[in-house]
Design a binder for this molecule. Sequence first.
Ligand code: ARG
Length: 564
Amino acid sequence: MDSVKNMLALAVSGALGGAVTADEVLSVIEVPADTKNGDLAMPCFRFSRVLRKAPPVIAAELKAAIDGSLAEVKEINAVDGYLNFFLSPSFYVDVLKRIAADEGFGSSDIGKGKTVCLDFSSPNIAKRFHVGHLGTTAIGGFLKNLHDFCGFTTVGINHLGDWGTQFGKLIVAFKKWSSPERVDERGISELVDIYVRFSAEAEKDPSLNDEARAAFTEMERGNEEYLAIWRGFKEISLREYMKTYELLGVTFDSYNGESFYNDKMDAVVDELRDKGLLVIDDGASIVRLDDYNMPPAIILKKDGSTLYATRDIAAAIWRKNNYDFYKCIYVTSAGQSLHFAQYFKVLELMGYDWAADMVHVPYGTMSVNGEKLASRTGNVILLDDLFAEAIAKVEKIMEEKNSDLADRRAVAEAVGVGAIVFNALANNRIKDSNFVWEEALSFDGNTGPYVQYTYARTASILRKAEPDGAGYDGYVPEKDETALVTTLAAFPAKVLSALADYEPCIIARYALDVCAAYNVFYHNRTILKAEGEAKAFRLALTGAVKHVLGKCLDLLGMKRTEEI
Ligand code: ARG
């Protein structure tokens, strides 16, 4: 489609004797929402001033000048100041052929030789995965797939929150009220329970807090007994997170969490001091950011201990040295935007020009059935519970539809989890979103199940097809068919714009567009019962839709469902 637009732009610019450049023409050629007057439209309004003519006159003159001279164009109409082009059947046939022959259609190699670090999910250990973690995990997973698809080398990093005073509390609580056996048996729930108990008991007996602080200091000094307990907490947490990651199809290349940077922090603090950036303020060491309208970045607390930001600065430098990244991307809720803006600025002030390659990708809050979730108010919905409920609901829907699939459970899992993931990715990421069961699970709304269902439809048609060896060179596609080819042809451009904006909803919505165009075609045309060139063209079209939808599902981190 781009090549034909280019060709038209050159022809129009040529016909105008270069008074308007081809680039200017290109920028106004569009695929109209309603294609009754043409497959492509070019409004002439913008050229009116330079050419000193009314738009309808320009359109009429252009039609006279180029109609009949372009092989790709079947018909040109001048209507109300627009120049409309109907493209020739052979053009669509050629586009489909090119898509069908290209196994990597949609992918690119613009990232070749470039490494991108993606820091996402990154939960604080000893806490359970809840709905608040879905955004970072699903968006991060998507961005990793997207970068892979565009030829980048990706490093998925799970920057686990595995260091800080809370682990001193957990160790004290563990020694008082728990045991390795109990933790092994009850998993994270045990850790959560003893942590809650600690908070309650410390209210009555504040000396517990001193004990906890001392325990954490011991950890920092390398007390092996404490570190072994802490490693156990980490293991138990990861064991549970892995199940969730498996369901989501998300993988990481590194689990270097905050603790990994313990021994790398002194050097950072020294460097900040040497570069004259560190200021002592009320006992704490800070970097002032007043000139940038931000509160100071706190590097060391009064007691000399490091903070989240200190560890992030150390991590960024370590990653640059180790991966020589082209970009380092962080996916977190918008609530952390200030944190990232602050420490990116600190890196810049340290003289690192690569600070410009640090990208924070924020996202809005997700509510479930209109309720905001906050762990502080105790109003948490655990991700596992949400998945389990979705899977059960989908299984029930499948039962009602009398599905006799052998692996019904596996399909229900793919569709149930897919529905939740799609819902999390289908809206502008920065906007707050709401999860409503009936909407997310509907098979004919703008949902994950609808996309997976349409994908399964293409798969089923192709399974049943018995191609008779006919080609489709001379086929004259119907309007719903050319519309579908046009939609498919947009895939590579959609991929690149999703990449430029770090925006999953571009792909999610595009997948819905493909489904809508395919389903119109499917209802208007026979496929398996068609014959000759018509059948060949429609099967090729179905194959191309399967390819594009399959890639969209892969990118979004949803499972392909060959049968529903
Ligand atoms: N552990 C943090 C949290 O749960 C997210 C970490 C994001 N990554 C980073 N490098 N700061 O909020």
